[in-house]
Design a binder for this molecule. Sequence first.
Ligand code: SAM
Length: 211
Amino acid sequence: MSAKDPAPFADPAGTWNRRFAEDGYLFGTAPNAWLAEHAGVWRPGQRVLCVADGEGRNSVWLARRGLHVDAFDISDVGVAKARRLAEEQGVAVDFAVSDCDAYAWRPAAYDGVAAIFVQFADPALRARMFSNVVGCLKPGGTLVLQGYTPKQLEYRTGGPPYVSHLYTEPMLREAFASLDVVELREYEAELAEGSGHCGRSALIGLVARRR
Ligand SMILES: C[S@@+](CC[C@H](N)C(=O)[O-])C[C@H]1O[C@@H](n2cnc3c(N)ncnc32)[C@H](O)[C@@H]1O
């Protein structure tokens, strides 16, 4: 996501379809590192939802770990590539093409939710999405979330160019006040997630459990 795109949030399906129409995988095929580091919170056989899963790197990796995975994304081009990745890697993921607001969120259905770089959401959409994320977790279910902090606007190595879309620790604590925070950390790292997230990055990671 970058300021180069004219009104990048005006036509999210079209914008992301164009990005994902390029050869290769924009964010690579390896899982996000924060997710890989914390996926041990879920046991094989448990059910996890991947929110805005893009080209499937995270959902496919979780399915390879023996989880039952549902995933959705607004981009049909991204989901088609995700389906191919799952097939190539011999795993099943229940993919859907859907906008975040239109998704058929199932109440208290999931042992886990992975929300990795879902910062397309402005504050109003984010409030609705986070409420759905909490609501779809079973009691005891765990959210693993990764995003960028406002400092990322200095690095410009990925993520939206708008401060209102970025996360801080107090903001996530307040947004997920109904969950027990297991870990919440702002940190910096060199990302090498395809060409989409590449270079020094100002990150935030959250792991939080539904009571
Ligand atoms: C930065 S990418 C991250 C993709 C994936 N989570 C990953 O880490 O590889 C953001 C994703 O959000 C999706 N997206 C954007 N707006 C959306 C919306 N309103 N509803 C659902 N997905 C959306 C895009 O298609 C894109 O796949």
